[in-house]
Design a protein around this ligand. Structure first.
Ligand SMILES: [Zn+2]
Length: 431
C-alpha cells in the first residue's frame, strides 16, 4: 500500500494517514503495462494523454479552456459535464497539470492564439498524473479505512491527494456520495495559499452529494479564494443544486459521432474485429474512454441476463390470460446476483445492459432503427419490440432507474433486484 498517494481525514480535518507527498513518478504498486495501442503517455505507468492532441474529441471546448488558462482567465469554479467515459476526469487532470506545470509551456498558433499546455515531466505534472488510476487509489483508501478503529471509521472520509496543492474528492463509498467531511476539508484547505504550485486545485469527481455537503460547497463557490480552482465532474447536471450550477462555468463534453469513433477504434484497437468495433462504437455512446476500454465479453454476458427479463415479459404477454406465466428462468438468473464481493458491479453491469436494450426497444417503437446500439441483436429486438407494450417498456425503464438509486442508497442489492424482477415480470399489471 502506498501511503503517499491517498489521505484519509477525520471529521476534524486532521490527517490520519499519510501527510507525506507522493515522491515523483514512482508509485510503488504495480499495474499492468499499458498497451502501446493506447498511444504514448505521460509515463509508462499512466494511460494519461501525453499532450492535448491526444485528448480525443471536444477540440473546441479544450482549446477554449487552454486559452483561458494562458490568459489567466480560467473561471475559479468549473463544472465539466458529459457522459461516463467522455474524458471528464482525464481532462480535469490535464487542466490541473497545465495550471500547475513548473515549465508552463505555451503553443503559439499563427493566428495569434496562445494555448496553455503542460510538460508532463516536472515534479508537479508527474505527481498530479499519479492520480490517474483513481479507482485503484479509492479502493486502497477504503481498505485502509476498514482497518481503522470502529470509532474512527465512521468519521473518516476518502480523499486522494497526488500533490500538496491538488485534492481529489471521490464519492465516498458505500453510499457513493460526496459527503460533508470531504467538502469541509476542501473549504479548510482552500483558505491556505498554495504550498508548492501556483494554485490550489480541487476535483470533485461526481455531482451526487449529500445535501449538507452541497450547501457547504455553495459557500465557497460564492466567494472562491483567488488561488483556488474547483472542478466538479457531472454526468447529470440535474444532480447539482441550481444555485451551484449558477455559480460555476459549465463546460459540456459532447459525444463523439459513431463514424469518428469507428475510425478511432480502428486506429487504437486494431486487434478487435471490425464487426465488434462497430458494435463497441455504438455501445460506448460516444464516450472515448469507454470505447477504448470496452470489454465486449463482459457486456455480452450481462446483456444475456438482461435479455431474460425481456424474454420473460414477452412470454408473459403471449401466455393466455388463465395460465400463470413461468418465471423460473428469471428468478434463477436473479439468484446468481446474490453473493460475491463483486456483486454490486455485476448488478450495475446488468442494469446498464438492460437500460440500453430498453432504449433500443424505444428506438424501434419510434421508427428510428438506425440509432440502435445493440445492432447484432436486431432480429430479436424487432420481435421483442413487437411483443412488448410501449407502456411496459417505459415502466421497466423507470424501474431500472429506481434500482440504480436503490444501489446508491446502499439497499441490499439482491432485494432490490428481486423486487425489480417481480415488479416488471407482469407486463399487463397496472403500473
Ligand atoms: Zn510540468
Amino acid at each position: 500500500m502506498n501511503r503517499g498517494i491517498f489521505q484519509l481525514d477525520t471529521k476534524s480535518g486532521m490527517p490520519i494517514l499519510c501527510t507525506i507527498p507522493m515522491p515523483p513518478i514512482t508509485p510503488t504498486w504495480s499495474r499492468p503495462a499499458v498497451s502501446s495501442s493506447y498511444g504514448p503517455s505521460v509515463n509508462s505507468l499512466s494511460p494519461l494523454p501525453a499532450d492535448f492532441n491526444e485528448f480525443i474529441g471536444n477540440t473546441h471546448v479544450v482549446e477554449s479552456l487552454r486559452t483561458a488558462i494562458a490568459s489567466g482567465h480560467l473561471p475559479h469554479s468549473i463544472i465539466l459535464s458529459g457522459p461516463s467515459g467522455a474524458g471528464k476526469y482525464t481532462l480535469a487532470l490535464l487542466l490541473a497539470m497545465t495550471i500547475e506545470c513548473e515549465r508552463q509551456p505555451r503553443d503559439l498558433w499563427s493566428n495569434g492564439q496562445t494555448f496553455a499546455s503542460f510538460c508532463g515531466h516536472c515534479s508537479n505534472c508527474t505527481r498530479i498524473a499519479s492520480a490517474v488510476d483513481l479507482d485503484a487509489q479509492v479502493a486502497a483508501a477504503v481498505t485502509a479505512r476498514e482497518e481503522l478503529r470502529e470509532a474512527d471509521k465512521k468519521d473518516t472520509r476518502v480523499l486522494i491527494q497526488p500533490h500538496p496543492d491538488v485534492l481529489v474528492l471521490p464519492p465516498d463509498p458505500p453510499q457513493l456520495l460526496i459527503k460533508l467531511g470531504q467538502v469541509r476539508t476542501l473549504i479548510q484547505r482552500a483558505h491556505y495559499l498554495p504550498a508548492e504550485a501556483p494554485r490550489r486545485i480541487f476535483i470533485l469527481t461526481a455531482a451526487n452529494m449529500m445535501k449538507e455537503a452541497a450547501n457547504s460547497l455553495l459557500k465557497i463557490l460564492e466567494e472562491p479564494p483567488d488561488s483556488v480552482h474547483i472542478f466538479i465532474l457531472a454526468e447529470n447536471l440535474g444532480e447539482l443544486l441550481p444555485t451551484i450550477r449558477s455559480r460555476c462555468a459549465i463546460v459540456r463534453l459532447g459525444a463523439l459521432p459513431i463514424e469518428e469513433m469507428e475510425l478511432l477504434l480502428a486506429d487504437r484497437r486494431p486487434d478487435v474485429p471490425p464487426v465488434q468495433r462497430s458494435l463497441i462504437a455504438r455501445l460506448s455512446q460516444g464516450a472515448v474512454g469507454r470505447a477504448l476500454t470496452f470489454d465486449l465479453e463482459t457486456y455480452t454476458a450481462s446483456r444475456a441476463d438482461a435479455l431474460i427479463f425481456l424474454r420473460n415479459a414477452a412470454a408473459a404477454v403471449q401466455a393466455s390470460s388463465n395460465s400463470e406465466p413461468d418465471h423460473t428462468a428469471l428468478f434463477k438468473m436473479t439468484e446468481t446476483y446474490r453473493a460475491g464481493a463483486d456483486g454490486q458491479q455485476k448488478t450495475i453491469a446488468l442494469l446498464r445492459a438492460l437500460s440500453m436494450l430498453l432504449e433500443d426497444l424505444l428506438l424501434l417503437d419510434a421508427g428510428t432503427p438506425e440509432l440502435l446500439r445493440n445492432i447484432d441483436l436486431r432480429s430479436e429486438l424487432d420481435r421483442l419490440a413487437a411483443a412488448l407494450p410501449f407502456a411496459w417498456i417505459e415502466r421497466a425503464s423507470h424501474a431500472v432507474d429506481q434500482v440504480y438509486s436503490g444501489l446508491r442508497r446502499n439497499l441490499l442489492r439482491s432485494l432490490s433486484l428481486d423486487a425489480f424482477a417481480a415488479q416488471i415480470a407482469m407486463p399487463m399489471a397496472d403500473p
